[in-house]
Design a binder for this molecule. Sequence first.
Ligand code: NAD
Length: 386
Amino acid sequence: MSTAKLIFTPLSYTGWGSLSQLIPEVEKHSPKKILVVTDPMLEKIGLTKRVTDPLEKSGYDVTVYTDVVPEPPLAIGEKLVSFTRDGGYDMVVGVGGGSALDLAKLAAVLCVHEGAAADYLNLSGTKQVTQKGLPKILIPTTAGTGSEVTNISVLSLETTKDVVTHDYLLADAAIVDPELTVSVPAKVTAATGIDALTHAVEAYISVNASPVTDGLALQAIRLIGRSIRKAVEDGSNQQARIDMSNGSYIAGLAFFNAGVAGVHALAYPLGGQFHISHGESNAVLLPYVMGYIRKSCQTKMADILNALGGNSNYLSDEEASYKCVEELERIVKDVGIPSTLAGFNIPESALESLTKDGVQQKRILARSPLPLGEVDIRNIYRSAFE
Ligand code: NAD
C-alpha cells in the first residue's frame, strides 16, 4: 500500500463570468494597497482593466506592474521582488499567462524574505522559503500552465530553467474565467493548449500518479482532446474556450500532485538555450518522448488514446500505445506546431548542450516510468531532429 499526498488548494472559481468573484475574495483579506502583476500586452488590449476597474471602484489603492516578459528571466523576477518589498503592498493579484502568474506568486512570497530570488532556486539556491508572504489571487488569461493551482514559479536562466517551489507559493484563490482567454491568438492557444495536454499526459504516466490524479488527468485529456483544434481554429468558440480553461485547470491539479516527467525535463533546455516558448518546447518533444518511453506504460497509453477520442477496443496495449503516439503527433501537427527541432531552426550541433542541460533535470526525470539517463536523453533529442 502506498500513500498519495494530495493538495487541492487553492480555493478556486471556474466558469464563464467567474471573474465576478474577484471582489468578494479580495475583501476577505481587507487589503489597502494591491499590486496587480500583468504583462504589457494585456494592459494594451484592455484585459488588465477587467481586473483593475472593479478593484478601483471598490476603493482599493491599485498599482499595475507590467514589466513582465514571456518565459521571464531571473533578473525580471529579482526586479519585481524588490519592487514589491519597497512598495508596502498588502496583496498581490496576478493576471495573465503563466509568466505573469509565476512572477506574481514569487513576489508575494519572496518580498517578505531576505536575499535574492536566486537564493531560493531549486537547483542552485541555498535558502529555504519560510513564510507565506502576502495574500495572492491568480487569474489566468491563457489555458495552459495551470500556474494558478501550483506551488511553482518558473524562471529562465542563461541556458535552462529553474524553479522556486514551496506550498507558500499556492494562491489564496484562483479565478479561472474562460472569457479572459477569448483574445488569445491562435499560435498561443496552440502552444498553451499542448502545454496543458502535456501536463495531463505526463501526470497520468508519472510514477507518482494515484487513482485520484489519474481521474483528473484523463478528464483533462478528454476536454483538451475534443476542443484544442476548435479553439485554435476559432478563438471565439465559447464551448472550446470553456473546455480548454477547465482542461488546463484540471491538468494543473493533476500534475501538481503527480508531477511531470521526461517531456518537461527535455523541454526546459529548449526554452533556456533557444528561447522557444514553454508550450512549443513541450509540443515538439511530446510525441518523441512518449514514443521512446512507450513500452514502459502501454496500458496507460491505451487509456490516453481512448480519452483523446480514439478506440483501443480490439487492439493490444502495444498496438494502442503506437496509435496513441500517432494521435499526439497528429494533434501537434493539426494545431500548426513544427514537428521537429529543425522546424525551430535548432542546429544539430546543439545536441550535446541540450543533452547536458536535460540530464540536470533529475527531480523531473525521476517521475518518468522509464528511467531516462544521458544516453536516452541524447537519443530522444536526436530522434526529434530527424
Ligand atoms: P505567457 O504568460 O508567456 O504568455 C504568452 C503570450 O500570450 C504573451 O505575449 C501574453 O501577453 C499573451 N497573452 C496571454 N493572455 C492573453 C490573452 N488573454 N489575450 C491575448 N494575449 C494573451 O504564456 P504561458 O504559456 O501562459 O506561460 C508560460 C510560462 O509559464 C513559462 O515561463 C513557463 O515555464 C511557465 N509555467 C509555469 C507553470 C507553473 O506551474 N507555475 C507550469 C507550466 C509553465
